[in-house]
Design a protein around this ligand. Structure first.
Ligand code: MN
Length: 282
């Protein structure tokens, strides 16, 4: 099979100002084209040339896998974005609320997962065979279909995705991406049986041997313990502890304020990072 550059479903300047025309021209026009060219060069005259992109991703390793997955991932990413994105359909909102608590909580956790990926990679919203949604971090060209998940949405966190427009500010890039995600497309990718209850232990999926050692997959499981209003939260960058009993009066947070009720714009009084860098104290 000769792989070709997939069409970009909008003009190169259509995603401005979130993604500049220069970024798209490099990201789509140069990086993705290079992955397509490399894949053709690596597969020509080999058994891989008879396989589909998905079949190669599920079976190949090394450079063949890397370039095939990067072609698939970028095609999926660019087709998830839209200059005129549709809002979230009710079935997807139901599933996200069921599995993450709320759409806002999902966005906080996804942004944190995407920001925290060390080096190059992809953050994914994916669905398991039981219908449950998961936030999955993948390094390099990783794709959660290798571990049996159905990809629903992704954000590219390779530096080439944001460095022209955001320099080193990955978290800001991710936040801006929310304005381009076409949630109707994301919802359309869900398994039809999303209402099936949680019947699968994700640990079994993670240990069934289908995950290549070269791919780092971490599954962000929903905390089975209900959030308690008086739980203390720790800043993962500096260790400062938010105690609801004390609040943060100097920043206008009165004593008795649960962590979840602190405004999103609040910053760690010790080191200045945002709320998404806090984790519940264990
Ligand atoms: Mn990319």
């Amino acid at each position: 099979m000769i792989f070709t550059l997939p069409p970009l479903p909008y003009a190169t300047d259509a995603l401005e100002p979130v993604m500049s025309q220069e970024t798209i021209e490099y990201h789509y026009g140069k990086h993705l084209q290079t992955y397509v060219d490399n894949l053709n060069r690596l597969t020509e005259g080999t058994p891989y040339s008879d396989l589909t992109l998905e079949q190669i991703i599920l079976t190949a390793t090394g450079p063949v896998f890397n370039n095939a997955a990067q072609v698939w991932n970028h095609t999926f990413f660019f087709n998830t974005l839209s200059p005129t994105p549709e809002k979230m359909p009710s079935d997807l909102e139901f599933a996200i609320t069921r599995d993450f608590g709320s759409v806002e909580e999902f966005k906080v956790r996804f942004k944190k997962a995407a920001t925290d990926i060390f080096g190059s990679g992809w953050a994914w919203l994916a669905q398991d065979n039981a219908g449950t949604l998961h936030i999955i971090q993948e390094s390099n060209a990783g794709n959660p279909m290798r571990a049996g998940y159905k990809p629903l949405m992704t954000i590219d966190v390779w530096e080439h995705a944001y460095y022209i427009d955001y320099r080193n500010r990955r978290a800001e890039f991710i936040e801006k991406c929310w304005g381009l995600i076409d949630w109707k497309k994301v919802a359309g990718r869900m398994h039809e049986d999303i209402l099936i209850a949680h019947i699968m232990d994700m640990a079994e999926v993670r240990t069934d041997g289908t995950v290549s050692e070269t791919i780092v997959v971490t599954v962000d499981k929903k905390d089975p313990v209900e959030e308690k209003d008086m739980d203390r939260y720790v800043c993962i960058t500096c260790g400062w502890v938010y105690d609801p009993a004390e609040g943060d009066p100097e920043s206008g947070i009165p004593a008795g304020t649960p962590f979840k009720d602190i405004p999103e714009e609040w910053l760690c009084p010790a080191c200045g990072v945002g709320k998404e860098y806090f984790e519940k104290e264990r």
